[in-house]
Design a protein around this ligand. Sequence first.
Ligand SMILES: [Zn+2]
Ligand SMILES: [Zn+2]
Length: 294
Amino acid sequence: MKVGIKVKFWGVRGSIPTPGVKYVKYGGNTPCVEVLLPNNQLFIFDAGTGIRELGNTLCKGRKKHKIHIFLSHFHWDHIQGLPFFMPSYIKGNNIVVLGMDLEGARLDKIISNQMESIYFPIKLHTLAANFQFQILAEGSNDIEGTRVDAIYINHPGQAMGYVVNFEKVKICYLSDNELVPLWAAKYSETAYRSNTREKILKLISGADLLIHDAQYTDEEYKTKVGWGHSPFGEVMRLAKDGRVKKLALFHHDPDHFDEHIDVLVADCDCKENPSRFSHVMECFAAHEGMELHF
Ligand SMILES: [Zn+2]
Ligand SMILES: [Zn+2]
């Protein structure tokens, strides 16, 4: 029995947008995931360039929207689409931006700074929609009746992961998280807190969907320790240990063309041989336009 939750991927690419014929299947827009709950609550995770198309779609009707945008962190690929989010320009829309404060920089300031005239012609405070900012710290949050857990993940400069709990469905969004294999822990430049994995594991346990950074192959990762992104093998291990039902590989490397990603997914242990695990996990690479229903 489905609860009626829609999850749609509007941007799945990491680091920088990748237009062009080599990226048609998985898409070139940077992170943006829509979670639409059956009560019509609209949650958006990250405001990469994918949010532009989502915004345009929302503006097709006359309906006014209340939109919650959860930001994982403020690296360009996660906020660059926000100034191009059409609902911001329409009076009557209510937009709540949620995310962490950084040391010495408040959430609202970080967002308005990216629209300073040096970078962008229109200032945040002149936008027609009503904007609110909600600072989140690690822990459980009640977002208008829906429980959203926030957790600090392992990324240079800090990032936050989110878990939406609606009725019995659990959807996890962990972009830009470096799961450090044991061999690499001693080389990691980032202050990797060894209990991060345990905390994440607890939170994602039994999830219906885990959307997780899987930017590198295990081989590529060897030269990218401390860059803040995960090797495939570790993501798979985490998902397996957490007994998640569906694993969406996310934040694809800009150098991974469509055929590269196809090969990587075909090599996924869980797809090849589900019986190796104590439970059946569906594993796939997220692509732009992909919709899942729970
Ligand atoms: Zn990123
Ligand atoms: Zn990042």
